[in-house]
Design a protein around this ligand. Structure first.
Ligand SMILES: C[S@@+](CC[C@H](N)C(=O)[O-])C[C@H]1O[C@@H](n2cnc3c(N)ncnc32)[C@H](O)[C@@H]1O
Length: 207
């Protein structure tokens, strides 16, 4: 039996149910999903277990994360989560082009913990690889109109920037404006626990 390399993220235990509720509403039952920045893999396995019709492709540029994802999938004995692949959102080619188009691309708590170029890469990839009407789902803290929405988000932003000057909580307006350049239109924002947002873009028209 292979070693248990599962990692556990404390935030996932708090946010996975509310995220599932949004994804259930947004995704067709048989959606083909590409997850960017899967991290430990707990969201991938939780969503795929709850929605067995999904075909979920996890990814992360980090080797330890990919080992954890594979370990989680083995532990949960899931057949609808594929082997994790190495995707850096900044790359022009992601290596999953052969499986496109996807119904959804999901990135949870990623864009603030990566340089802005990773957000631009994510939007570029979503524009290339989503089907018309497919969705890009982002989850995390966002600034609105140039302001933090809560003191805790301002403190989190400062702590991110102290770790890496290129990281930081993004302003939803900046993300929306960049998304339009890739044919992605802001469809909905959903207030989530702990001052986070689910942000849903649609490729193509408004819906
Ligand atoms: C805070 S973790 C979030 C992981 C997981 N989505 C979650 O919510 O628990 C951020 C993840 O972003 C990944 N990441 C950082 N830069 C990235 C990039 N340029 N492209 C894709 N993933 C990236 C990291 O490897 C890490 O797994």
């Amino acid at each position: 039996m292979s070693a248990d390399r599962r990692l556990f993220a404390a935030a996932t235990a708090r946010n996975r149910e509310p995220i599932l509720a949004v994804l259930r509403r947004m995704l067709p039952v048989n959606a083909k999903v590409l997850e960017i920045a899967s991290g430990a893999g707990e969201h991938a396995t939780f969503m795929a277990k709850a929605m067995p019709g999904l075909d979920w492709q996890p990814s992360d540029p980090d080797r330890e994360a990919r080992d954890s994802i594979a370990s989680w999938v083995a532990h949960e004995k899931l057949s609808n989560v594929r082997a994790p692949v190495a995707i850096d959102a900044r790359d022009d080619v992601w290596g999953v082009e052969g499986r496109a188009p996807f119904d959804a691309i999901v990135a949870i708590n990623m864009i603030q913990i990566a340089p802005w170029s990773a957000t631009l890469g994510l939007l570029n990839g979503a524009g290339r690889l989503l089907r018309g009407g497919g969705i890009l789902f982002l989850y995390g803290p966002f600034m609105r109109d140039g302001r933090h929405t809560a003191p805790s988000n301002a403190a989190f932003d400062a702590s991110l920037k102290a770790r890496n000057a290129e990281w930081g909580v993004r302003d939803l307006d900046d993300v929306r404006d960049a998304a339009v350049l890739h044919g992605l239109h802001l469809r909905e924002t959903v207030e989530m626990p702990a001052n986070n947002l689910s942000v849903i873009f649609t490729k193509g028209g408004k819906r």
